[in-house]
Design a protein around this ligand. Structure first.
Ligand SMILES: Cc1cc2nc3c(=O)[nH]c(=O)nc-3n(C[C@H](O)[C@H](O)[C@H](O)COP(=O)(O)OP(=O)(O)OC[C@H]3O[C@@H](n4cnc5c(N)ncnc54)[C@H](O)[C@@H]3O)c2cc1C
Length: 441
């Protein structure tokens, strides 16, 4: 763990911008930031877009590196920030810019947690479709910066579909907006597209507007069990060709199921969890269409618990198996099954266990590998699995053992063109002060 030292003379300027109590240089209070692998010397807690802009202008002029931080739920692998002169907490960015339950839109500060937002709109019978793990801590800014989505992605689309506006400050301190608060407004769409998934390397997101959805009055989850991944994927295809439009459609491998409540609900099989919403008549239609494939139907508390466990899976697997490597994949639909086959065969030939879980109707998969016993060559197996991924796949490492961190960057796979990324980075953060080292171009 390295420590960055911010010259004391900068503290005075930062205190003038954020207020004396909002500049933290007490090491005990900076402990939380150790997950980043680099301990910052100072953290600031700005309360508005204007304060964020002032901090970034100052940091840019002085050449100080800045790392934005929300709830610290992101697990650190691969390219962690090289240095942190200033850690910028977004947790005080909690204004409500607008909220129109009738229009199904809300505009809020980036420091809201996902649980706070869900609870606020839930009180009016509405749903926010972002379902990240650890929602009590994960912030809206962090969700947008990582660009990931959970099981609700199947029925409600991804962040780029329901984020309708974004407010940000670039690395050189310029304030900007993309999109707006009206669903039809597409002006600035490109900035939203760029910032979602940019890992805080281009700008600090200070607020966002979202399209909301009517919350379902009742839901039920149908669990089907299959002997093989191929049969489970065939079932996915049947559901997707049917007139049914479930909220969620999630594949759970036997080993992944063992980590869910009750050790998996339908035994040591490949399961497909299908969550449906609607009236009694609509749910009855699901029952009759899905027929004998249904091994189990769950609702109420058990259903909530099962989906929460599926959402949290990317944290549960590493907690249970710290020696695991967990990779998030985005795949063309036709490639999901071959990739599952590759995962199993790489595990079998290297004395490893494997688990997979994912929103397979949109080609999202989390794939985990860990030693079944000694000896096991985890690193070579992950490299072999990564090399077999289809050309159009993207892969990011969500967790790996500390000793493999230096290899994790090589396991990542992104179709992004590095020349265009360099040009965007230069236009928004020419001095490379934001999350320096996170992306290596
Ligand atoms: C189903 C699912 C599974 C997931 N699994 C994992 C996982 O296993 N591991 C994992 O790492 N992530 C995972 N994610 C991503 C997850 O969304 C984020 O980790 C989480 O939402 C981040 O929120 P946070 O406030 O904790 O962000 P932090 O952890 O604090 O920050 C995450 C990243 O975003 C940047 N950032 C934070 N706030 C801002 C901002 N306002 N503007 C610009 N940049 C910012 C940070 O610098 C950092 O690079 C998953 C998401 C989903 C939907």
């Amino acid at each position: 763990m390295s420590t960055t030292t911010t010259p004391v003379r900068f503290l005075r300027e930062l205190r003038e911008i954020c207020g004396a109590g909002r500049v933290i240089d007490d090491p005990a209070r900076l402990e939380q930031a150790q997950v980043l692998g680099v301990t910052p010397a100072v953290a600031v807690e700005p309360a508005s877009t204007e304060e964020v802009a002032a901090v970034l202008s100052f940091a840019n002029a002085q050449g100080l590196s800045v790392v934005p931080a929300g709830g610290f739920t992101q697990q650190q692998t691969g390219n962690t920030p090289q240095a942190i002169d200033v850690l910028l907490y977004t947790t005080r960015l909690t204004d409500v810019e607008h909220y129109d339950p009738g229009d199904l839109t809300i505009g809020i500060g980036a420091g809201w947690t996902i649980a706070q937002l869900s609870s606020k709109v839930g009180a009016d019978g509405l749903l926010f479709a972002g379902d990240a793990p650890l929602p009590e801590r994960a912030t809206i800014g962090g969700l947008l910066a990582t660009g990931m989505t959970g099981p609700l992605r199947h029925g409600y689309g991804g962040l780029r579909d329901y984020c309708i506006g974004i407010k940000f400050v670039t690395g050189d301190g310029r304030k900007g907006k993309g999109g707006g608060r009206v669903v039809k407004n597409v002006a600035g769409f490109d900035m939203m597209k760029l910032l979602i998934g940019s890992q805080g390397t281009l700008a600090i997101i200070t607020g966002a507007s979202f399209k909301l959805f009517p919350a379902p009055r009742q839901t039920s989850t149908f669990v089907a069990g299959f002997a093989t991944a191929a049969e489970a994927i065939q079932y996915r295809n049947t559901v997707m060709r049917s007139p049914l439009s479930p909220m969620c459609l999630e594949l759970v491998s036997p080993q992944a199921g063992a980590l869910l409540p009750g050790g998996g609900r339908s035994g040591k099989v490949w399961s497909v969890y299908l969550r449906a919403s609607g009236s009694d008549a609509v749910l009855a239609r699901y029952r009759s269409e899905l027929g004998t494939a249904i091994a189990l139907e769950i609702d109420g508390h058990d259903e909530q618990e099962a989906w929460r466990a599926i959402e949290d899976f990317s944290h549960t697997l590493p907690e249970r198996y710290p020696d695991s490597v967990l990779i998030s994949l985005s795949l063309p639909l036709a490639d999901v099954q071959p990739v599952l086959d590759d995962l199993e065969s790489v595990a079998a030939s290297n004395n490893l266990m494997s688990a997979a879980i994912g929103t397979v109707g949109v080609g999202r998969l989390l794939a985990g590998l860990w030693p079944a016993g000694e000896p096991a060559n985890l690193s070579a197996a992950v490299s072999a699995f990564r090399d077999r991924l289809p050309r159009d796949a993207s892969a990011s490492v969500l967790h790996c053992p500390d000793k493999m961190r230096s290899q994790a960057a090589a396991w990542e796979k992104t179709p992004t063109h590095s020349d265009s990324m360099k040009a965007v980075k230069h236009a928004l953060d020419a001095k490379d002060i934001l999350n320096r080292g996170r992306f290596l171009f």
